[in-house]
Design a protein around this ligand. Structure first.
Ligand code: ADE
Ligand code: ZN
Length: 335
């Protein structure tokens, strides 16, 4: 595609990503390869040209779960993590926070979770050495699996909270139940010292964001973009210093906004909301961090300095330790 003078190649510009679902980053080729090795037929989730195919959000979630179902061993997650981090590093990502779901790693069984997590962490350590990318994990429950399963995920999170596992969050179908239904899990995770985020205001509107801030007391919001519906709530999240993990390409791919120009990220930023940029599930939404930056440049004339400011805000809102933050800020300034 032709690009204008603004959309210079930004591959090498260092980027911080705060919202990436590990399974959502799975290259279709890897999922096909593993399904072949295990003789599992999931051909229905792919288009003829080999991409994931779905019509809407609900179907996206079921395609996502079908793709994930072939990942059954710690080694599968090792391979997944390497593949995802290699992609991210090729897009200039120097730090990524990945959502990890115990439900998909042995069904939230604690021993199985520990084994899967060890494999993921081994891959992350290798990726740091090979490609210079740092990863941290946010353990995530799946909202439409219900509050009971979320408790198991929170227990897994609390038991494995450390330098690598930094946070607890919730993804899945935001129209299922209320945020408050999950407060037990979020309280448990907070007491274990984990930082908190939840998908809110992707599908559930301003009300879901209100619940997330009041009932779950999260410090960040996954998406959060529907806050634009309620200006008094915009003011509140600014006062509470809540950062949004905005995924513009994901929102457009799922038709929450018809195109990037009508996406509220620029308006929210102008209003003083702390926004950051992430991909969510890059191969599912045909995006990469470089493409996100290019589209934002084309739509809003954002330049290198704008992205630098966004990336600094992302470091500030990251769930990692201060020493890592200092290193990342240095890398943003020198690379
Ligand atoms: N899981 C993976 N991607 C998601 C999204 N965009 N919303 C909710 N849950 C998800
Ligand atoms: Zn997400």
């Amino acid at each position: 595609m032709m690009s204008n003078h603004n959309s210079m190649n930004n591959n090498n510009d260092p980027k911080i990503e705060l919202h990436l679902h590990l399974e959502g980053g799975a290259p279709p080729k890897l999922i096909r390869q593993i399904s072949k090795e295990k003789n599992i037929d999931i051909s229905g989730i792919f288009s003829q040209d080999g991409h994931y195919i779905f019509r809407d959000f609900r179907q996206f979630l079921s395609v996502y779960e079908a793709a994930t179902s072939v990942l059954t061993s710690p080694n599968d997650f090792y391979r997944l993590t390497k593949a995802v981090l290699e992609q991210s590093a090729q897009n200039g990502v120097i730090y990524t926070e990945a959502f990890l779901s115990p439900d998909f790693c042995g069904g939230s069984d604690m021993a199985a979770w520990r084994d899967h997590l060890a494999a993921i962490e081994e891959a992350a350590t290798e990726a740091r050495h090979e490609w210079g990318i740092t990863m941290r994990g946010i353990v995530t429950c799946i909202r439409h699996f219900g509050p009971q399963k979320a408790k198991n995920a929170a227990l897994c999170a609390a038991e494995t909270a450390n330098e690598f596992i930094r946070g607890f969050g919730m993804g899945g179908d935001e129209t299922f139940g209320t945020q408050g239904n999950y407060s037990y899990s979020f309280d448990l995770a907070r007491e274990a010292g984990l930082k908190l985020t939840t998908h809110a205001g992707e599908w559930g509107g301003a009300e879901s964001i209100r619940q997330a801030t009041e009932d779950l007391k999260v410090e960040r919001l996954g998406h959060g973009v529907q806050v634009i519906e309620d200006l008094s709530l915009v003011k509140k999240i600014i006062e509470k210093d809540i950062t949004l993990e905005v995924c513009p390409g994901s929102n457009v791919a799922l038709s929450i906004f018809p195109n990037i120009k009508s996406h509220p990220i620029a308006k929210l930023r102008e209003m003083g909301v702390k926004v950051t940029v992430s991909t969510d599930d890059p191969p599912f939404f045909h995006t990469t961090m470089c493409q996100e930056y290019e589209r934002l440049t084309d739509a809003f004339n954002w330049e290198q300095d704008d992205f630098k400011e966004l990336n600094k805000a992302a470091v500030s809102a990251a769930f990692c330790d201060d020493e890592t933050k200092v290193r990342l800020l240095k890398e943003l300034d020198t690379k």
